[in-house]
Design a protein around this ligand. Structure first.
Ligand code: SF4
Length: 387
């Protein structure tokens, strides 16, 4: 079938229908980036066809030609109902956001217009009263404002959009199947006016193209003007194999002068990471800009403190402290402490006074943990985040 997005993306798209064995993916620990405990991929493959997409990498085992083929999990709703229904579960689900998005396919890519699997998943999330966080590049998510508002009235709905920049021309080349950034920004405004919190994921900035300070500042300024609640930031990974080959074809064709610069920073790391110096330099640039605009660079506490349990609150805030310290160029023991706390199954309130006996947790971190347990926040976190 032919699917056209509003950017006249007219490639022939092949749709397959598949049956999934399970839908909910439980995280080993709370994901402090999205504040989610569970995630779901309702489609495999993505016809948004972003040139840098790591869903193309062999390690994700997406069948078919990535970018023009997509599989819809047609039994997803039946399975999800079984997984969400407390009466049909042996163990109750943990409190926390259900994450729709990320992974190997945008849940609001064009196929969703016809299959409506994401909408039906949202309806189940509303019925079983969970909070939800959506990450997409598509403006189609506006269609589901009624369900999102219903979720937001009882729990919380957050809709986040990812961008590699807010430049429509650059996006047309690197994100050929996606509504342009200007439309995504308008959609953030729409949701904010409807009372739904929104995040920008400035992820990934494309090395030597959208990582320029002027473009990063444009993105932050225009996001600020929409009223966005937070901006998360990250650089790009490029794994050897299909992902790197496909990306480098575009660079060779459109930016031939940059090929050697890419070779210098992506040296066949197993995870596709660029060099540490490169990531450090873009984070420094982002840090300077975000400080100037005073927007949180992690989801603010007010959006999640009442949606997760006490142990997860401690883990998330330790992670956020760690991030803010590192973003401002400091060393931090908080990331490891967060990991140690995330391994504890007992309620942390029953363990007061014993944290500093654990490896990686000294007295000052123990004080921070106690403060979070007592007050639901931390003065160190508030100072670093400006929250
Ligand atoms: S929208 Fe996301 S999943 Fe889809 S191609 Fe782009 S980066 Fe990949």
């Amino acid at each position: 079938m032919n699917i056209n997005t509003n950017r006249e993306y007219t490639d022939v798209v092949t749709i397959r229908e598949i049956n999934a064995k399970s839908i909910l993916r439980k995280h080993k620990r709370i994901d402090s980036w999205f504040l989610s405990r569970y995630g779901m991929n309702l489609y495999r493959g993505c016809t948004h066809n972003c040139v840098y997409c790591d869903g193309r990498a062999e390690g994700y085992y997406v069948d078919g030609d990535f970018g023009t083929e997509v599989a819809g999990k047609v039994n997803a709703i039946e399975i999800l109902r079984r997984e969400l229904d407390p009466a049909r579960r042996r163990k109750p689900l943990k409190k926390g956001f259900m994450m729709i998005g990320g992974g190997v396919g945008d849940s609001y890519q064009p196929i969703e217009k016809q299959y409506r699997i994401s909408r039906k998943a949202l309806e189940l999330i509303a019925e079983y009263q969970f909070p939800v966080h959506i990450l997409t590049k598509s403006t189609l998510v506006k269609r589901d404002i009624d369900v999102l508002k219903a979720i937001n009235e009882k729990n919380r709905a957050i809709v986040s959009f990812s961008f590699s920049s807010v430049d429509d021309d650059i996006s047309a080349l690197f994100e050929p199947g996606v509504p342009p950034p200007s439309e995504r920004l308008e959609t953030i405004k729409f949701f904010k006016q409807e009372g739904i919190a929104c995040g920008m994921y400035l992820v990934p900035v494309i090395p030597f193209i959208t990582d320029k300070p002027r473009l990063m500042e444009d993105a932050v300024r225009r996001a600020r003007d929409t009223g966005v609640d937070f901006i998360n930031f990250s650089g790009m990974t490029l794994k050897d194999g299909r992902q790197k080959d496909y990306f480098m074809q575009t660079i060779t064709e459109h930016y031939p002068d940059l090929t050697s610069s890419y070779r210098k920073i992506y040296k066949s790391d197993k995870w596709g990471q660029a060099s540490g110096e490169y990531y450090q330099s873009i984070h420094q640039t982002f840090s300077t800009i975000i400080d100037q605009y005073k927007i949180p660079s992690r989801m603010p506490l007010r959006l999640f403190s009442d949606q997760i349990d006490e142990n997860d609150l401690v883990v998330a805030l330790l992670d956020h402290i760690d991030y803010y310290l590192k973003l401002s160029g400091n060393r931090s023991p908080y990331g490891y402490a967060s990991y140690v706390i995330s391994q504890i199954k007992e309620p942390l309130t029953t363990m007061r006074g014993s944290f500093c006996q654990m490896k990686g947790i000294g007295q000052s971190i123990e004080r921070v943990i106690h403060e979070i347990l007592d007050s639901g926040s931390s003065s160190l976190y508030e100072r670093l985040s400006g929250d």
